[in-house]
Design a protein around this ligand. Structure first.
Ligand SMILES: CC(C)(COP(=O)(O)OP(=O)(O)OC[C@H]1O[C@@H](n2cnc3c(N)ncnc32)[C@H](O)[C@@H]1OP(=O)(O)O)[C@@H](O)C(=O)NCCC(=O)NCCS
Length: 184
């Protein structure tokens, strides 16, 4: 049984880890979005790396990320597309969300070529991510719809946040963003 915080590759999740993730996500989203699935959670892109935080023996928080080369303006950028950010209802407001976000950023920095963490979120959660050190960028974003996995969705002004995936700081490039796949 796991305790504490673990950073795991998707392929290294045990059956017990997947069950714990199912319980955490279904506890929050089953009624509105149906059951969580590991390989296309709610139609979003799956994580290739997971940060799992246990309180005692229960999984209390998760954040995942997936490495992908996306297009930004005239450039290609390797990002850690970040999603599945969830803290169990009973553990919210205790700093655990901030802790797993920082742990995820540390994990991104150990991967050779990830330049930035990248995520999209609802406007009301922006302050949470900013407190974890993420920064908002403003751009038009294109991606494949998570709902049908084929139509192209273009959004403007939906909050997008990034963090540095490198030890030295670098500038997020100007221009429209093409996620070249479904969002996270
Ligand atoms: C959003 C969420 C992950 C925050 O986790 P948490 O463990 O409660 O957050 P923390 O206790 O680490 O909070 C860190 C800071 O962010 C702030 N914060 C947390 N949730 C916030 C929210 N929804 N809106 C604004 N600020 C928030 C806290 O006040 C705290 O600020 P402080 O350092 O000044 O005290 C959690 O509420 C959750 O799982 N919500 C449901 C799922 C969700 O919305 N996920 C995000 C999808 S984009």
């Amino acid at each position: 049984m796991r305790e504490g915080i673990h950073v795991l590759r998707h392929a290294d999740l045990t059956v017990a880890d997947v069950d714990a993730l199912q319980k955490l996500f279904d506890g929050e989203y089953l009624k509105d979005f149906g059951p969580w699935t590991p390989n296309a959670p709610y139609g979003y892109s799956p994580a290739d790396t997971h940060v799992l935080a246990f309180r005692g023996r229960d999984l209390a928080a998760h954040v995942g990320f997936q490495r992908r080369r996306i297009a930004v303006g005239m450039r290609e950028v390797v990002v850690a597309g970040t999603g599945g950010v969830l803290v169990d209802d009973g553990s919210r407001g205790t700093g655990l969300g901030g802790l797993v976000m920082r742990r995820a950023q540390q994990a991104m920095r150990t991967e050779r070529d990830i330049e930035f963490g990248f995520l999209g979120c609802r406007p009301e959660v922006v302050p949470f991510y900013e407190k974890a050190g993420w920064v908002q960028v403003h751009a038009t974003e294109r991606c494949i719809s998570r709902l049908d996995q084929k139509s192209v969705v273009q959004t403007e002004g939906g909050p997008i946040l990034i963090c540095s995936g490198l030890r030295e700081t670098s500038e997020w490039p100007e221009g429209d963003i093409d996620l070249r796949g479904t969002p996270w």
